[in-house]
Ligand binder design. Sequence first.
Ligand code: SER
Length: 595
Amino acid sequence: MHKITTSQSLRQAWYNFFESKQHAIISGASLIPQNDPTVLFTTAGMHPLVPYLMGQKHPAGVRLANVQRCVRTGDIEEVGDSSHCTFFEMMGNWSLGDYFKKESIAFSFEFLTKVLGLTVSQLAVSVFEGDIDAPKDIESAEIWASHGIPKDKIFYLPKSNNWWGPAGITGPCGPDTEIFLDNGQIPCSPNCNPACDCGKYLEIWNNVFMQYNKTIDGKFEQLSQKNVDTGMGLERTLVVLTGANTVYDTDLFVDAIAMVQKLSGKVYGNNDTTDREIRIVVDHIRTATMIVGDELGIVPSNTDQGYILRRLLRRAIRYAIKLNLPKASLSQISQCFVNVYSIQYPQLLSNQKKIIQEIDAEEERFVKTISQGIVRFEKLVQNLQGDTISGKAAFNLYDTYGFPLEMTQELAKENNLKVNVDGYYQCFEQHQSKSQQGATQKFKGGLQDNSQATTRLHTATHLLHKALKTVLKDENLGQKGSNITAERLRFDFNFSRPLSQDEIDKVQEMVNNAIQDDLPISFDEMTVQQAKDSGAIGLFGDRYQEIVKVYSIGDFSCEICGGPHANRTSELGKFEIVKEQSSSSGVRRIKAVLK
Ligand code: SER
């Protein structure tokens, strides 16, 4: 057992342990989900694995492990305390129809006690108490007991605590057993259990026994295979192992916080208000660095992921102003994250320039209007009758001064006021703009929707990708995003100007010719390195020996992809581009349908 003192040594311990248990170590996926419209960001390690949890064969085998970057912005307003973060890493291991409860719990127990050196007395676990959807999980409780966890440290809890998933609206899910660190504190009441937030129990690992699929009508069907999906929080575990007070005191944040102190002249650790402001800035800049620096990195915009990024950056800018951080400090702080994370995520280094440019540009755009906006907000508050800011006023702050709705809501809360959110959205729709709501309205299917319609559109996306590269004669043109519903495909790619009508016609024709040629579609399994060498396009993971699937469409296209696809191109029908537009700076977007 080696003492774990840094984030990288923890990741390495994870890889080594699961490799020794015959797991293939696979690359983490992009933070931007591909072909899955159900969520904006990758929110859990299982998320990119949904097709395999549903029964598709994974090229790397039936035992997998990795470390996955995740973004969850649901509780963005909580950030600033000592534990909430919008970005985190999840260490995960999976069984795809291979081992189940017994081995999964045994692996967890061994890793915790033998590799991390925790003692049995530091552990507590919870298991599912059972309901109409699934029975009480006595089996897991007995397995834990067989490892020496005392009965009074095994808690039966309901679905609200011990059930995980699906990640979106539909998909794989199941009862779980959660592992907690018990800090030894006296129980706060006779009923104190891991669901209690008195601070005695800290959840560090979740083992999901994923044997159900939740359907769109809310039913739980048995999956064709019994899977295990586990997720261990890297940051929380690191805090425990290193004895740090909070995640902000670990190697992931110390340099960034030192940089904030240096640039602002403020001291971290002396004053609660300042500490909160500093944490908000470093949390949001870390997440923004990861989103912009991602292999599919996106930039601030007014829709979907770009909107969340904008919201994070603008909130960071607001707090940077409070901290008296000089201009362009945020991009300097981002560099601390590039440095500490690039050993695990080298794409941050190759995207370093872009990260600086985008953060600086957003700061410049927002700083121009923020002070006027705040003056406007204060006037509004002075003249307000009642306690609610109208939807129109909130929309005006957004439209004129670039205040995301959430920022107006936060400012309102600081003044004990409310915002008429419905009214805001009505104004939004009247202006026929797309809002971040669009992202939730569209969410029907996702990757788990392997209907014929989405499968065909997925194949058409490969044809489109290749046709764009050929017609626009741009080898650097690549996929920046893909989103498929049963009705249409949407494909984002990097290209610096709008396409001419002639180019659009040529791309369309090329795709339709490939469809008419009735090309066969097949896949091979090979290492990432072999895929690269064979000229396949697509996202290459950072583990070159990892086995991936490469789909070929005749000789027309060859691309790394998980599938599924049509069998022959003639199944696709007629391809039609319905829209070509800008998605964000340097990125174009095509929407297309099959008729
Ligand atoms: N999917 C589960 C979670 O997110 C376990 O990885 O907690």
